[in-house]
Ligand binder design. Structure first.
Ligand code: C5P
Length: 240
């Protein structure tokens, strides 16, 4: 599969909106400015059986967009394998799975089979700090655990990881260039961080090794989302 070639295709806009109609409306507003969308848990679980957030995956794919299904799967191997098998049929480009152990990761790879879906591991949620890990009996720092899990994901045949800008450089240094790094928490210089703890500008994230940038509120809550998206694309083009 050919992945991003144009700066525009490296921008993934998070459709973090409460209803399917609002998500559809944002996609219409953004038009040709955005080619790649992230559908997360809120939207997956929204709508009605006949018009669900999950249904939006195929709808966007049919209209020529790429979709990152941020389902963050974690279950027993058999369930993960079968679930990934279903997602691969939807036409999404990226899918997230919690990357805690080789058994689950390998089950996901097996479920994907020879379809084009790219599997991305969530290593350590950025909301967790050292004391949250300690609570689980994990004595490693979040940064060490991110690297350990990134390596597990690579060994299992995953295509890449989700990594904050701060983690990207270390992940890039320990994996080869073809291993995808998808980075959320992106802000333009001088803009509001919101609840993100570890933000980076597009330039800094790309310098650190990010292949794709996930942007939510700076675009989906902007007064002019299309202009905001165009600014991000411009910054990506300047950086890359
Ligand atoms: O609005 P904002 O740009 O902060 O949105 C970032 C998006 O990336 C959200 O959909 C959020 O759930 C997601 N994300 C994140 N940090 C992670 C993983 C995913 O912010 N570590």
């Amino acid at each position: 599969m050919q992945l991003a070639t144009h700066p525009r295709d490296r921008l993934i806009v998070a459709l973090d909106l409460p209803t399917v109609d609002e998500a559809r409306s944002l996609v219409r507003t953004l038009g040709h400015e955005v080619s790649f969308y992230k559908i997360g848990l809120e939207l997956i679980l929204s709508g009605t059986p006949g018009d669900s957030g999950l249904g939006l995956v195929s709808e966007l794919v049919e209209s020529g967009k790429r979709v990152f299904l941020d389902a963050k799967l974690l279950d027993i191997s058999n369930t993960v394998e079968r679930s990934v098998n279903r997602v691969a049929d939807l036409g999404a480009t990226f899918l997230t799975i919690h990357g805690h152990d080789q058994k689950t990761l390998r089950a996901a790879v097996s479920g994907r089979g020879d379809r084009e879906l790219k599997l991305l591991a969530v290593t350590v949620l950025t909301s967790l700090n050292s004391s949250d890990l300690d609570e689980q009996g994990i004595t490693m720092s979040p940064a060490e655990l991110v690297l350990r899990r990134a390596k597990l994901a690579k060994q299992a045949g995953f295509d890449g990881v989700i990594a904050s800008g701060q983690e990207a450089a270390a992940v890039r240094a320990s994996t080869d260039a073809g291993f995808l790094i998808v980075t959320p928490g992106i802000r333009l210089p001088g803009s509001a961080a919101g609840d993100q703890q570890r933000i980076m500008t597009p330039l800094d994230a790309i310098d650190a090794g990010a292949d794709y940038l996930v942007v939510g509120r700076p675009i989906n809550a902007a007064s002019d989302p299309r202009a905001a998206a165009a600014t991000f694309v411009k910054r990506i083009a300047e950086a890359g």
